[in-house]
Design a binder for this molecule. Structure first.
Ligand SMILES: NC(=O)c1ccc[n+]([C@@H]2O[C@H](COP(=O)([O-])OP(=O)(O)OC[C@H]3O[C@@H](n4cnc5c(N)ncnc54)[C@H](O)[C@@H]3O)[C@@H](O)[C@H]2O)c1
Length: 334
């Protein structure tokens, strides 16, 4: 089997590549990545020279490049995306280009060469739950509430349209919030850990009552692999972590794991359009494909903290870069 993985220099795509190289000894991978601010060649250092791995620098919006790569592989897994909600609120254009147009380019090539396609999507396409609402399932109607999730929803609709109109052999997964090593330090847990390691405060948007369900990125990658191998074409699969926690509870767990004091917690203004709660019913993928999470949140968080402690050489250059500093001062005012 030969895979085209897009966005493999990012957080979850790189975990997926590690899993495939380790667990599928006769599979080859081509990683197409545009190396945006979130893509980092140092994220792939441990497998860069693997004999079954090739890196291709370029964008999924590049029609000719996508066409030439797709014809050489058996299946395409699309992790490439603009992923940060706050950035989508200030400038949505890159999100429209990559998440919508880029996905369509991959779909077009997969239709042309009759290749298997998997779209990696998010639970944010379903919008927000109230405290007592039932969890999201595959049947929940789409109701995205921020520009990022609107573009991911559009991409999912394009995949379904291609399944129905062109017979595209595709699946979609909608997963909840991921955590683990290599999480770019603009997302809540990685900013929190790296700030605390630098003896800086842990900032929380609003009162911290918004609820998130945390899943380890390795578990997410294992689920995508299960769908690719055993999933039914045309179907959608939900993945969650069974770890619903408010942001405040998450922050307090992190403070405890790191042996620090809650005086390190600071509240800042909430982001516009903040979703109150995400929660996933993953019973379909568990029942049909035998997938379940292996990592409990607290254990996974401990490992993640240890990883950031030992791998300052990975996150320090990111936090010291001018592109990161200018984003950080826009968000947090310093
Ligand atoms: N992080 C989460 O909690 C989460 C949860 C559910 C779903 N997802 C989805 O999983 C996927 C991966 O998310 P992530 O957190 O690893 O993202 P990330 O921001 O860490 O990485 C994205 C990668 O895509 C690359 N990329 C961006 N635009 C590109 C383009 N035009 N062409 C080629 N490469 C491009 C970047 O360089 C980067 O390497 C995304 O589709 C995201 O929507 C993420």
């Amino acid at each position: 089997m030969k895979l085209l993985v897009t966005g493999g220099c990012g957080f979850i795509g790189s975990h997926f590549i590690r899993t495939v190289l380790a667990e599928r000894p006769d599979w080859d991978i081509v990683n197409l990545d545009a190396l945006t601010y979130a893509g980092n060649l140092t994220t792939t250092l441990d497998f860069q020279i693997h004999p079954r791995y090739k890196f291709c620098y370029g964008s999924i919006t590049n029609k000719e490049l996508v066409d030439s790569l797709v014809q050489t592989v058996d299946a395409v897994i699309n992790f490439a995306a603009e992923t940060h909600v706050d950035r989508s609120i200030t400038d949505v254009e890159p999100f429209i280009m990559t998440n919508i147009l880029g996905t369509q380019r991959l779909i077009d090539a997969c239709v042309k060469y009759n290749k298997r396609f998997h779209q990696v999507s998010t639970d944010e396409v379903f919008g927000s739950l109230e405290a007592n609402d039932p969890k999201f399932t595959e049947a929940t109607p789409y109701s995205p509430r921020n520009p990022y999730s609107a573009t991911k929803a559009a991409a999912d609709h394009l995949v379904r349209a291609a399944i129905d109109t062109h017979g595209l052999r595709a699946t979609i997964s909608n997963c909840t919030n991921n955590y683990g090593p290599y999480l770019y330090p603009e997302k809540f847990l990685s900013i929190a850990i790296t700030n605390l390691l630098e003896s800086k405060p842990l900032t929380i948007h609003g009162d911290g009552t918004q609820v998130r369900d945390w899943i380890h990125a390795r578990d997410h990658g294992a689920g995508v692999l299960a769908i690719l191998e055993r999933g039914t074409v045309g179907e959608t699969y939900m993945m969650g972590g069974n770890s619903e926690l408010s942001v405040l509870e998450t922050a307090k767990t992190l403070i405890r794991v790191m042996g620090l004091s809650e005086t390190m917690l600071v509240h800042i203004n909430d982001r516009p359009g903040q979703d109150k709660r995400y929660a996933i019913d993953h019973s379909k993928i568990t029942r049909e494909l035998g997938w379940t999470q292996r990592q409990t949140f607290e254990e996974g968080l401990r490992d993640m903290v240890e990883w950031y402690r030992k791998n300052e050489a990975w996150w320090r250059p990111i936090k010291d870069s001018s592109i990161y500093r200018s984003w950080h001062s826009q968000q947090f005012g310093k």
